[in-house]
Design a binder for this molecule. Sequence first.
Ligand code: 13P
Length: 336
Amino acid sequence: MSLDSLEDIAAYIVSDGKGFLAADESTGTIGKRFDAINTESTADSRRDYRELLFRAEGMKGNIGGVILFDETLRQNAKDGTPIRDLISSTGALPGIKVDKGISPFNDSEEVITGGLEDLDERCAEYQALGAKFTKWRAVIKIGDNMPSQECIDANMQALADYAQIVQNNGMVPMVEPEVLMDGDHSAQTCFEVSENCLKTLFTCLEGNSVNLKGTILKPNMILSGTNAPLQANIQEVAELTVKVLKENVPTDLAGIAFLSGGQSDFLATAHLDAMNKMGDFPWELSFSYGRALQQPALKAWMGQIDNVELAQKAFSHRALMNKLAAKGEWNEDLES
Ligand code: 13P
């Protein structure tokens, strides 16, 4: 496949229902996932686990891009094949998480994402290593007196600065303004905060002359807080999410790929499908799931070589279900 421009790369990844596999957990986060299945986290065990995903049948046709952590972009598969070549051989493009995580914002409970200071040099290296796109995640919390406008402004400006640097280095930026599900807020509150973030983000992107045709948005869905007594149902989530996007996202953006953010694998698929059943949109509405694509595979694997096939089956199933959802062709019966 010849993908020469940022526009072509971005459009390819989300074409025909394909989405992203987020396999870019930092060493600390993957360590927690491995703890839950009593598996030691080492460079080799992380490689073995991720390699089993990338070699699964369900990569082909369902996954258009894989987000990697720095370690994995540099690793070889067990047989010596560079992991990035393994990914490319399935038809997916390798990408890289480039933010350096979060730290407190103004000594408050709020957080700001860092990593801009040496981003230009790092991007030049990642591009040379074969990364076609990048990801930067901003985290916005809902709670008492949160979020503040200052925190939203600082995080969205950082996303725009990141996107500009990445495009100057010939890669597609994925901009992720994640409004967390944690809390007891209503879906309406999530809508209002997400709307504020999106409006601010696109103003900042425009201010930096970022090419939206070569940019992917990775947003949260509009959900009730995890501890909210009243939970918005699947149709309500789909309608509120489509509304916030239609009202705040420019039509020339290349594509939208949701994060799963702690939703169950089933709900992450059901919500995406319900949105895509609502009709046609100016952008593809697809997925960029970490937990919602990997959780069943992790549980099936349990760190045991004998379980590799089972884990691959579990992952392949979720990849296919989400592709169908991205086309509005999923239904619950397909899960059994
Ligand atoms: P989740 O789908 O597990 O939220 O992970 C997606 C991701 O890449 C978060 O940055």
